[in-house]
Design a protein around this ligand. Structure first.
Ligand code: MUC
Ligand code: MG
Length: 370
């Protein structure tokens, strides 16, 4: 029952099309996978994703792997994964920050603990309140015509009716026109949101958000740099369209400060940013107590990481903005034998044991960095 061995793998999966963010264009997504084996032959698996090396955030895949192997996993050998709560608390005393690394290890411990009991992971987190959740798709091809085509096709297939547009690259007002053209084409059948990924200054944000709000856009994600909490407070006060904090909303302490100073009136949750599934639930609790809207965010994980997100988001009763767990649909291939199911504009929570995903070890080996 106790932990026998732990391996951390860096994996690279190609995407179906380039995915353009303000700081990086993804053509191959890098994920980090943890594998924790127990003495009885069961394995817990988990995943965190990163975007563009060190460009999106401070956690790089290489640092996650080395910090897990040097400072976290030696502490876990011989320990009982059922005590994941205590183990992660002990780790928090010797490992500061490193939220992605801690989230990765906690996820694999929870997957293993749930598999040992033959129950779904969400049952270790209080039980699910949703069987499936609304799921947004990100339009980020960089081409207005292609984005319109993509949105219409996905609406027709009943896959998505919430679209997030990445608009942090290039001229802000041209980007606003791009959004409004798409809004006109997809009509009222879909909700449109934008993610600026920190690319604007406050003056630009004031001009652009006014146009987007008038044009019927339903949410503006991280318009200002992550350090500009006061600017985010002023935008939240000024506009009626929801302002969401993403890159600025990481630890539970940051989320508390955002709630206190209204530096955004909604939060993009992500397991990696919070440092784990339990911390994600705490973050959701702080946001709920402050009346902030919640979004089940993604760092564009593959099927395994998407299942991790789904298991924790399924235990949160009210996700005002739904989720954006579309990752598996952006990848050309997967490292699991089963895949995440999408139907009727929702993503289905995979039932267990654990996170409910079966690793295809040949595929894992194929896409793993040597
Ligand atoms: C982000 O900033 O939200 C989520 C969806 C997407 O296209 O990029 C990610 C990261
Ligand atoms: Mg974002």
């Amino acid at each position: 029952m106790n932990i026998h061995s732990i391996f951390i793998h860096i994996v690279e999966l190609p995407t179906i099309r380039p995915h353009k963010l303000s700081m990086h264009t993804i053509t191959k997504q890098t994920i980090v996978v943890a594998q924790i084996n127990d003495t009885e032959g069961l394995t817990g698996w988990s995943e965190v994703a990163t975007i563009g090396g060190a460009s999106y955030g401070e956690a790089t895949p290489e640092a996650i792997k080395v910090n897990c192997e040097t400072y976290i996993t030696p502490h876990l050998i011989g320990k009982n994964p059922q005590q994941f709560n205590l183990l992660m608390y002990e780790i928090s005393k010797t490992v500061s920050g490193n939220y992605f690394a801690r989230a990765l290890i906690e996820g694999a411990l929870i997957d293993l603990a749930a598999k040992q009991r033959n129950i779904p992971a969400y049952d270790l987190l209080g039980g699910k309140t949703h069987d499936s959740l609304p799921v947004a798709w990100t339009l980020a091809s960089g081409d207005t015509g292609k984005d319109i085509e993509e949105a219409k096709e996905l609406l027709l297939q009943k896959k998505h009716r919430i679209f997030k547009l990445k608009i942090g690259v290039g001229d802000a007002m041209e980007n606003v026109e791009h959004v409004l053209k798409i809004k006109k084409e997809v009509g009222d059948g879909a909700r449109l949101t934008v993610d600026v990924n920190q690319a604007w200054d406050e003056t630009t944000a004031n001009y652009a958000i006014a146009r987007l709000q008038d044009g019927g856009v339903s949410m503006i994600e991280q318009p200002l740099p992550k350090w500009n909490f006061e600017g985010m407070s002023r935008l939240t006060e000024r506009f009626s369209v929801p302002i969401m904090a993403d890159e600025g909303a990481n630890s539970i302490h940051e989320i508390f400060q955002i709630a206190k100073h209204r530096s955004g009136n909604s939060i993009a949750l992500k397991v990696c940013k919070a440092g784990g599934l339990q911390a994600t639930k705490t973050a959701a609790g702080i946001a709920e107590a402050a009346g902030l809207g919640l979004y089940g965010g993604t760092m564009i994980e593959s099927s395994l990481g998407t299942a991790v997100g789904l298991h924790v988001y399924s235990t949160i009763p009210h996700l005002e903005f739904g989720t954006e767990l579309f990752g598996p649909l952006l990848f050309k291939d997967t490292i699991t034998a089963n895949n995440i199911e999408y139907s009727n504009f929702e993503v289905v929570v995979p039932d267990g044991p654990g996170f409910g995903m079966i690793i295809d070890e040949e595929k894992l080996d194929h896409y793993k960095r040597s």
